[in-house]
Write a protein that binds this ligand. Structure first.
Ligand code: PHE
Ligand code: ZN
Length: 849
């Protein structure tokens, strides 16, 4: 049922729940069309609440029966839930409802995926399962009985018995309803064990559909590494006798941290060398870690309300990034995260969807699982660690776990812990949680009498609803190099607190070259007007790997922008500096591969827009192509040598070392491919025995215009494997030239394997279109129109995924009048769709501004 008028919910309106919940007992009688859910819940009035209104959330439920203390009652029903007269003392609530999991295509609540029952309750899905106070500050232990014919029937917590046609589970840890989960189906497991540091024996399982058993080993290793890492790094142990992970094909997000029963999008857990790329392996390891880490940062300590989402997500993303940095290469992880942050979060922060890390209002909470809440949220934790240092950070975290275990907490609680542990005042730091927008940091410097002075100015442009911004505390990590390239001042964290502020370094023999914002110490945009000679110097000499990479990125941005704006030729100083770096075999191959990466075209568009001009996506694409061609001509011999030298001859392993070699060799392939008409790519495609090599070759063949046969062969080889076919759809669109992208996408939506029912498949096609910047923003408007058609079709099926995909339009106002008119027409057409979901209505309305 849809709301007539979507309501805005405000953080300022928070009130404690009127009733608290004791033990919850649920019985499920499974049936695809009519599942019965029988609940028995102990309620008691909350002394901390002024209200005595008994309201339970409930949506799309058929109420069969309700009783209080055994007496039948007739509650008053609405589209949002029910109210009922209740006694002014503890009482037992019982209800029986009917739901239809097979008809649930929104994938929220109890639904079916390939004949298997599964649930998704975050954020507000539990209310689609039964009547309940579905808010995270209401926590209770759950006992669950599942009745059905399924071979495997799982819920949260520990197994509490099973027999013919039933299984029972008991979760002793009080939890909010959003962490509830149930899975039932004919699943098979990949089992293992783990002994915690205090000696608890934990049974581990990854549950999959028959046929996927051989894709679980890597995920299991990642899980065990995560469990050990959290014990060693944060002193956090697992707290149940079993930890289950289930892979499902139809899932709106990546994965979900339900207590003791994590549910994963199959693309985020299933892995094998033949079907997964090195990047997939790294991502799977990180997501398994992320969900596991939520057991403490999310489950044992949860959020008071959904405005506090970054409390669990920012911290858990930060923890999983630390884990990846420890398991693999810390600089590579940091560089990849910065690329991602700039590509997604800066874009969000600079457009109509900008919102604070802790928003103060929302219409649909599902629309706030954003790069700002997650990735910028993680950056804020990183800044706290940079400001206070390793020891104080872990001291504060120990206090956080000690003080708030079992709580539904707030950002105020979190900051208070840091204040109490460090004795510092975080009033100004809190602005990072409250103010949207990315600060711009401009720099000037001066050298006289041996003293070098750096002056910084910070400024944050207005964002929707926040015209004025106050200065924030910014940790700026700086090092100084002398003209020989030696470091004369090692990394020092400057604590900027004012709008404009100077920092002096004295006792210097000559004017140093500064290396600023080392390791990307704050999520800000550096407006550093320096020359290319300095950038080349830093690329060669900086001791900070992040800033060495950044210097290379600044060089390539500079040449690309001059090519786009002035029609300049590719800068030879840039080509020389990059060539020197990639030839140098003492350098990490992963670092060289990263240095060969080009900035996303969308980021170039943003830079041009920020400088007050109107970006032309076609011109940006052409400049990028020209630069690639110039690099190919300049680097041909080196690329040929690197390709041969970095071939991996050992059997495939998804290790950081092997992945780095493949990454550099495949970057070299991309260079050679522009000159040999796809010959080398064809050889690699024909001989590939793993997906990393096969997909890199396929991508090269398509961009060389020689992909047809390989595309057909790839499909034939993999048509039985959903996740590989997702890659097959995406790669054809990612590599399409601007004018071909929308027509190619349209063709692929007619393919028999395309379906809007599966979010992975939808994203692999339409998400790939949105990611092809010059193709999606083509002046014809075909990209916009096609995406609008598909979103209109998807909205009644799956509002959550529809609303997320609307973000493809968030940059529309950057472009010229013709493109704007096409985009506006597409957006208005979506908005005019009868019965449009609350999710999509909110997103399109905000994007239109
Ligand atoms: N809480 C999940 C995570 O970050 C993400 C998620 C949100 C999944 C909402 C499903 C629905 O790990
Ligand atoms: Zn998370």
């Amino acid at each position: 049922m849809k709301d007539a008028s979507p309501q805005t919910i405000y953080l300022a309106d928070y009130t404690p729940p009127a009733f608290l919940v004791g033990p919850v007992t649920l019985t499920f009688r499974l049936d695809p069309e009519k599942t019965r859910v029988i609940s028995k819940i102990e309620f008691r009035p909350n002394p901390a609440s002024q209200s005595d209104t008994f309201f339970l959330h409930g949506e799309n439920l058929t109420l069969i029966r309700a009783a209080i203390d055994g007496q039948e009652v007739t509650p008053e029903l609405s589209a949002q839930g029910l109210t009922c007269a209740v006694p002014d003392r503890p009482f037992t609530w019982e209800a029986e409802v009917e739901i239809a999991p097979a008809a649930n295509t929104a994938l929220e609540g109890l639904y079916m995926s390939n004949g298997m029952y599964c649930t998704q309750c975050e954020a507000e899905g539990f209310r689609k399962i039964t009547y309940y106070p579905d808010r995270p500050d209401v926590m209770a232990p759950f006992t669950v009985r599942i009745e059905g014919r399924e071979k495997i029937m799982l819920s949260n917590g520990n197994p509490a018995g099973r027999g013919d046609g039933w299984a029972e589970w008991h979760d002793p840890w009080p939890k909010p309803a959003y962490l509830f989960a149930l899975v039932a189906g004919d699943l098979v497991n990949h089992p293992d064990r783990f002994t915690t540091k205090s000696g608890r024996e934990v049974e581990l399982n990854i549950w999959v559909r028959p046929g996927d058993e051989d894709k679980c080993a890597f995920g299991m290793e990642a899980l065990k590494k995560s469990m050990t890492w959290d014990e060693e790094t944060y002193g956090r142990e697992y707290d149940l006798d079993v930890f289950n992970i289930v892979a499902v094909d139809d899932f709106n997000m990546g994965a979900m941290e339900n207590k003791g029963l994590n549910i994963f999008n199959s693309s985020c857990v299933l892995a094998s060398p033949e079907t997964s790329t090195d990047a997939n392996f790294e991502r799977i390891e990180a997501i398994i870690a992320h969900e596991y880490f939520h057991n403490w940062t999310g489950n044992r300590i949860t959020c008071r309300d959904w405005f506090q989402l970054c409390l669990k997500e920012g911290l858990t993303v930060f923890r999983d990034a630390q884990f990846t940095a420890d398991m693999r290469s810390a600089p590579v992880k940091r560089i990849e995260d910065a690329i991602m942050l700039r590509g997604r979060q800066f874009r969000e922060d600079n457009g109509p969807l900008a919102h604070p890390v802790r928003p103060d209002s929302f219409v649909e909470i599902n629309n706030f699982y954003t790069a700002t809440v997650y990735e910028k949220g993680a950056e804020l934790i990183g800044m706290l660690k940079t400001l206070f240092g390793h020891d104080e950070y872990y001291k504060a975290l120990d206090l956080y776990f000690q003080r708030h275990d079992g709580d539904a907490a707030t950002i105020e609680d979190w900051l208070k812990v840091f204040e109490d542990a460090t004795g510092r005042d975080l009033t100004q730091f809190k602005r990072w949680y409250e103010q949207a927008g990315t600060p711009r940091l401009s720099i000037s410097d001066d050298f006289s009498n041996g003293t070098y002075t750096l002056t910084f100015k910070q400024e944050t442009p207005p964002t929707p609803g926040q015209p004025q911004k106050d200065p924030r505390v910014i940790p700026i990590a700086v090092g100084l190099l002398n003209p020989n390239g030696d470091e004369v001042v090692p990394t020092t964290v400057l604590e900027m607190t004012q709008a404009e502020q100077s920092f002096a370094f004295d006792g210097l023999a000559s004017r140093p070259t500064p290396s600023i914002l080392r390791d990307f110490s704050a999520p800000v945009i550096l407006e550093h007007k320096t020359d290319n000679a300095t950038r080349a110097f830093l690329l060669a000499n900086d001791t900070d790997p992040f800033n060495r990479w950044q210097a290379g990125r600044d060089l390539v941005l500079d040449t690309l922008l001059r090519m786009i704006r002035q029609g300049d030729a590719p800068d030879s100083a840039y080509l020389d500096a990059l060539h020197r770096l990639i030839r140098d075999d003492t350098q990490d191959p992963a670092f060289r591969a990263l240095a060969l990466g080009l900035p996303p075209q969308d980021e170039l568009a943003q830079l041009i827009h920020d400088a007050g001009a109107v970006p032309d996506p076609q011109a940006i694409w052409e400049a990028t192509e020209t630069l690639k061609q110039a690099r190919a001509e300049a680097f041909q011999d080196t690329a040929t040598r690197l390709y041969a030298q970095y071939q991996v001859t050992d059997p495939y392993r998804p290790s950081a070392e092997q992945a780095a070699a493949r990454r550099l060799a495949n970057a070299a392939l991309g260079i050679i491919n522009r000159l040999d008409g796809g010959a080398l790519a064809q050889r690699q495609f024909d001989g590939a025995d793993n997906m990393t090599q096969q997909l890199a070759a396929l991508s090269a063949l398509i961009s060389a215009g020689k992909g047809d046969a390989a595309v057909a062969r790839f499909y034939d080889q993999w048509k039985h494997d959903r996740l590989v076919i997702d890659k097959w759809f995406a790669i054809q669109i990612q590599n399409a030239a601007p004018q071909d992208a929308a027509p190619r996408t349209k063709d692929l939506t007619q393919h028999p394997d395309f379906t809007i029912r599966n979010p992975n498949r939808f994203r692999s096609v339409l998400g790939a279109l949105a990611g092809n910047s010059a193709g999606f923003h083509h002046a014809s408007g075909a990209g916009y129109a096609l995406l609008a058609d598909q979103l209109v079709a998807l909205d009644p099926v799956n509002p959550q995924t529809t609303a997320r995909m609307c973000t493809a339009f968030e940059t529309w106002a950057r472009y010229d009048a013709t493109r704007q008119a096409h985009a506006r027409a597409a957006l208005e057409r979506i908005l005019a769709t009868p019965d449009l979901s609350r999710d999509t209505t909110e997103m399109v309305t905000r994007i239109l501004g």
